[in-house]
Structures are given as structure tokens and as C-alpha cells.
Design a protein around this ligand. Structure first.
Ligand code: CAA
Length: 380
């Protein structure tokens, strides 16, 4: 593995860092407090090419590689993991799926505005009774001439309230099980599509998460992605790349926790010297750094494999598993190092812990990642 970044990768990382420090960080605390969606920030990210980073120039994207994408999401999530996940869902789930399986018609109509930040996308797979067991979709799409009529309910939809476009899985042929699932691209303004309850979450509070009701939603057959019955495969393959995005988001939270802990340990004095001189603190700092470094290498390896056209299923799941563990561990240790100050809003580390936990849950729980990893190992 060689991670000497190219000049282009470094300049993308630095641009993301500058933007995060200057445009995202100043309002992050306030937005978390008020659960406020970062609309203007997302629009600016779109203008800079960060909402369709890996989409080709032909379809309005920035034509960057996955390694650059990881570097950018980490920098942005260091300052606001909510912005990180909004970006990740739009980039590695919605834009990726549309570019890979969409017709030119769908790409022209939806991918171009999604990749340039003029529209926002949401990925709708989970249902009240189909989370980890994603094959158990109940949402049904019944053909009626040149349309489908969709009825059902989706939940845990990141970007669901603010999205313009929904990338949605529904059963077109129940008798075929998961081979009867299809993916639809649905416009927000379609009649019968109802944005439901906005969740009041523990963390990533300035990103929105909601339920989505579908009551006789009429969608043109030309809005099916790929072919009928390909939906489960599309969702799984899309999630492989999505997991790299969430892993990068987790790396950002872990790195932010680490930096806050080191800074505080050098300022805070106890027993006549900075607490960074205490071995109990040094062990924590070393453990955090080892956690982050190990996770980052695995995540970058997954990204590099994807860029090189190699298999990255196992690597993406390993990266997400390790980086999400690092995020939770580092946030916890950062609080421990801050003592009581870590437990109050005055310091940032309490938000890092609240934001970190979801990285072990969405886009496949840690337990699902282990299933994916084990199956890949056993089949090879
Ligand atoms: N990549 C590519 N293909 C995959 C795959 C993967 N990671 N996982 C499964 N598949 C394929 C299998 O190869 C199989 O295809 P064939 O019929 O050709 O053999 C097919 O999908 C069915 O797979 P399984 O038989 O393995 O199905 P299963 O039910 O035993 O297990 C699972 C599948 C891995 C558990 C899967 O259901 C899964 O990943 N669940 C987690 C779902 C998830 O990540 N949800 C997140 C929701 S989205 C979200 O959080 C979005 C957000 O807003 C942030």
C-alpha cells in the first residue's frame, strides 16, 4: 500500500479543510443546538464540487477519485459530522447509483443537478420491519401501464426532509423475494409522497432524518434504475461505497476527538504539571492515535481498491467497522481526559460522542459489517 497522496488529492483535502474551518466550524455548535439543517453550507459545497465528487465531468460532477473523497469527508466531519453524512448520502449513495445504473434521461434530469448541489438526494431502503434484514421490503410498486403505483413506508431517511430526489427500493414482484425488488428515482413533488415524522436524535442533529410515506405514488416506469428486479443488488453495491463515506465521517469525528484531547491535556494542570505528563493520559492518547491510524489505513485501502477497479466489499466493511469503533472510543476517551468539562456543552467533545454512535448503526450496523466481512472471507 502506498499512500503518498498526489498533488491533486492534497489540494482537495486542503480545500475541504479550509472550507470546514472557515465556513462550517463557526456555526456548528449553534446548528447542533437548534437541529438546524445547513442549507447554505450544502449549496456552497455543491458550488465547490463536493456534492458530486466522484461523478464524471460529463454528468456535472467533479471527476475526483475515492481517496480524495475520503480525505474531504474526514476534514469536513472533523468540524461537523452532520454535514459529513449529508454529503456522504448524496455522493456515495444517490449520485453513485444514478451514474452507474441510470439511463441518460435520468442522469440528465437528476444526476446533473444532484452532482452540482442544485438538488439533494436521499436513499430509501430501511422500513419499520426491514432494517438489517433489508430483503424484507414491504413497500410495493404495482405496474399500471407506463407507470408504477407505489404504496408503503420508509424510515430512517437521512436528508429525507430536505431532499429533492428519493432513491427508493420497492417490491415489484413479491413472489421473487429480494430478486423482485426494484429501485425508483422519485421526485419530491410527486403526489402521495409524504415526508413524515422528523426524528429527534441523540447526535448528527443538524442533518435531518425522517419517515417517508408513499400513498398511491405514481412514478413513470422510465424512473426505474437499471432493470426491474435489480433493486436489491443496486442497494447492496451502492452501500459498499456508502460505507467508505460513513467510515471517513467516523475518522473525522475520531480525529477531532483526538486533537481536542491532546490540546486540553497540554493546557490542564493537575498535580503541579500539565496532565499530558501523566502516563494515564499518555496511554489514552497513544491508544487513540493507534486506533485512528489503523482505521484510516484500512479506509484508504478500501477507497484505493475502488479507484483501481478491485473488489472493495470486505475492505469497505472493515473500514467502517474500525473507523466507527475509533470514533466512539476516541470520543469517550476525549471526554474522560476533559473530566467534568467533557460532559458539558461548553467543550465540543460531548457532541463528538453523540455524533459518533450512529456510525456504528447506519449503512449497516457493526454486526452487519462482520457478516459481510465473514461471508467475503469464507467464499474466497
Ligand atoms: N455487495 C454486493 N452484493 C451483495 C452484498 C454486498 N455487500 N451483500 C449481499 N449481496 C448480494 C448477494 O451476493 C446476493 O446476491 P445473489 O442472489 O446473486 O447471490 C444477494 O445480495 C442477497 O444476499 P444474501 O443472500 O447475502 O442476503 P441476506 O439476507 O442473507 O444478507 C445482508 C444480506 C448483508 C444482511 C444485507 O441485507 C445488508 O447489508 N443489510 C444491511 C442493510 C443496510 O446496510 N441498511 C442501511 C440502510 S441505508 C442507511 O442507513 C441510509 C442512510 O440514510 C444513512
Amino acid at each position: 500500500m502506498n499512500f503518498d497522496f498526489t498533488e491533486e488529492q492534497i489540494s482537495i483535502r486542503d480545500a475541504a479543510r479550509d472550507f470546514a474551518e472557515n465556513e462550517i466550524a463557526p456555526s456548528a455548535v449553534e446548528r447542533d443546538l437548534n437541529s438546524e439543517f445547513p442549507k447554505e453550507i450544502i449549496a456552497k459545497l455543491g458550488e465547490l464540487g463536493f456534492m458530486g465528487m466522484m461523478v464524471s465531468h460529463d454528468w456535472g460532477g467533479a471527476g475526483m477519485d475515492t481517496v480524495s473523497y475520503v480525505l474531504a469527508i474526514e476534514e469536513i466531519s472533523k468540524h461537523d459530522a452532520s454535514v459529513g453524512v449529508i454529503m456522504s448520502v448524496n455522493n456515495s449513495l444517490v449520485c453513485y447509483g444514478l451514474e452507474k445504473w441510470g439511463s441518460d434521461y435520468l442522469k440528465e434530469k437528476y444526476l446533473k443537478p444532484l452532482a452540482s448541489g442544485k438538488m439533494l438526494g436521499a436513499f430509501c431502503l430501511s422500513e419499520p420491519e426491514a432494517g438489517s434484514d433489508a430483503t424484507q421490503q414491504r413497500t410495493e410498486a404495482v405496474r399500471s401501464g407506463d407507470h408504477f403505483i407505489i404504496n408503503g413506508m420508509k424510515n430512517w431517511i437521512t436528508n429525507g426532509v430536505n431532499a429533492d430526489v428519493y432513491f427508493l427500493q420497492a417490491m415489484t414482484d413479491k413472489s421473487k423475494g429480494y430478486k423482485g425488488i426494484s429501485t425508483f428515482i422519485i421526485d419530491k413533488n410527486t403526489e402521495g409522497l409524504e415526508v413524515g415524522k422528523k426524528e429527534d436524535k441523540l447526535g448528527i442533529k443538524s442533518s435531518d432524518t425522517c419517515t417517508l410515506g408513499l400513498n398511491n405514488v405514481k412514478v413513470p416506469a422510465e424512473n426505474i434504475l437499471g432493470e426491474e428486479g435489480m433493486g436489491f443488488k443496486i442497494a447492496m453495491q451502492t452501500l459498499n461505497g456508502g460505507r467508505i463515506g460513513v467510515a471517513a465521517q467516523a475518522l473525522g469525528i475520531a480525529q477531532a476527538s483526538f486533537e481536542a484531547a491532546v490540546k486540553y491535556s497540554k493546557q490542564r494542570k493537575a498535580f503541579d504539571s500539565p496532565i499530558s505528563n501523566l502516563q494515564a493520559i499518555q496511554f489514552k492518547i497513544a491508544d487513540m492515535a493507534v486506533n485512528i491510524e489503523g482505521a484510516r489505513l484500512v479506509v484508504l485501502n478500501a477507497a484505493k481498491n475502488k479507484d483501481d477497479g478491485k473488489s472493495y466489499v470486505k475492505e469497505a466493511s472493515m473500514g467502517k467497522l474500525l473507523a466507527s469503533q475509533a470514533a466512539v472510543n476516541c470520543a469517550l476517551e476525549a471526554i474522560q481526559i476533559h473530566g467534568g468539562y467533557g460532559y458539558v456543552r461548553e467543550y465540543l467533545v460531548e457532541r463528538f460522542l453523540r455524533d459518533s454512535k450512529i456510525t456504528q448503526i447506519y449503512e449497516g450496523t457493526s454486526e452487519i459489517q462482520k457478516i459481510v466481512i465473514a461471508r467475503e472471507l469464507i467464499k474466497s
